[in-house]
Design a protein. Structure first.
Length: 376
């Protein structure tokens, strides 16, 4: 696909695309992949060019049939929401959901170009926005009911305290139970009321590595004592425009969740990584331009994983896998990340759970107002 100026330009355009592109011949042999495809399948062009499409795509995938249909009809076709998984490449054989756009190359008989558009991040962002809407519903509920519920609860607690002073020894545990359960309900309402705090954030350019180092120090001193931490930081990350204390709360909640999931894990590990991922942009209500979210922070543990049936609703209020959990920790994480203009998603399987946060960078004007010292 080179040799002439036009062909060279075409190749350069294909290499510049952020979506993976593969060209296969009439025998399903791979004759070209762009840089995005190399990253997507985790192999170089020299390796991929020795394979057939059948080697790269899992057995039974509709992609093979799509290629044959495009070649037979001499017309472009699209297959939506196709699972792409391979035992040869990828992260442990994970299946990723993609839309596949296939088109014949008229100048090259029998050759078909495939473009993959991964659906995973789009679907997860959609779920995150839905979860954010659920958090707003809890906000309205908290504002309406908190005062009305706390008033009778204070009366019940006071009555329980009086009973503790006058009941017999056999009845005393029951009176204490009433008081303790009343305190527990009040504490739950206090946590729900956090969702109703819509005051504007005091934001500054924040070095995310400073935040993560603080979280790691707090975790090692308490909830994550005895757990091995590993960091993979990109030292060139620009600052995020955010509130340092709330960002500490976000990542401390995620590390706490990871630590609690590792209680029965042999050689428990928590990995924290940061990276710059250009190309992720979302539309936000009230903003005409799409917001870029290039800062990626991942909290990963090697615990048993989250049950698959819970993952789609993991950030909804009152959804939890813990017998004594309230289900508000991750909902609060979703709210705080949303307040910063970002999104959070979860990818889980037995032996690996990843929480990924995408955040916007501070603008150049804001960044120069309060420079941070880069983390080592």
């Amino acid at each position: 696909m080179s040799g002439t100026p036009a062909a060279s330009l075409s190749t350069s355009v294909l290499q510049a695309l952020p979506q993976p592109v593969i060209v296969c011949d009439q025998d399903h042999g791979i004759v070209f992949v762009n840089y995005a495809a190399e990253a997507f399948f985790g192999a170089s062009l020299s390796v991929l060019s020795r394979l057939r499409l059948d080697d790269l795509i899992a057995f039974g995938s509709p992609i093979i049939g799509l290629v044959d249909a495009v070649r037979a009809r001499h017309a472009p076709m699209t297959e939506y929401r196709v699972g792409v998984g391979s035992s040869r490449f990828g992260d442990g054989g994970d299946e990723r959901i993609v839309d596949v756009f296939a088109s014949p190359i008229s100048e090259m008989e029998g050759r078909v170009a495939l473009l993959f558009q991964e659906r995973t991040i789009a679907d997860k962002i959609d779920r995150q926005l839905v979860s954010r809407g659920a958090a707003r519903s809890v906000t309205g509920l908290a504002a309406m009911l908190a005062h009305e519920i706390k008033n009778p609860l204070s009366g019940i607690r006071g009555a329980a305290q009086l009973l503790e002073q006058s009941v017999t020894a056999d009845e005393l545990p029951l009176a204490r139970l009433i008081r303790e359960e009343t305190d527990r309900i009040v504490g739950l309402i206090d946590r729900v009321e956090v969702f109703g705090d819509d005051r504007p954030l005091d934001r500054d350019p924040v070095n995310i590595h400073v935040v993560l180092d603080r979280v790691k120090l707090l975790a090692r001193s308490g909830i994550a004592r005895g757990i091995a931490f590993y960091e993979e930081y990109d030292p060139s990350l620009p600052p995020v425009h955010g509130n340092r204390d709330q960002l500490v709360q976000v990542f401390l909640n995620l590390v706490k969740n990871a630590a609690e999931a590792l209680v029965h894990t042999h050689k428990p590990e928590i990995r924290i990584s940061t990276a710059f991922r250009p190309g992720i942009r979302i539309a936000v209500q009230g903003v005409t331009q799409r917001i870029s979210l290039p800062l990626e922070i991942v909290i990963e543990d090697n615990g048993p994983g989250v049950p698959p049936e819970i993952v789609p609703n993991l950030f909804d209020p009152f959804v939890t896998t813990k017998p004594t959990g309230s289900g508000l920790g991750l909902a609060l994480v979703a709210k705080l990340v949303g307040d910063h203009g970002g999104v959070v998603d979860c990818d889980s399987r037995p032996g690996r759970t990843r929480f990924r946060i995408l955040l916007p960078v501070a603008t150049a004007a804001v960044a120069t107002a309060n420079e941070e010292v880069p983390a080592a």
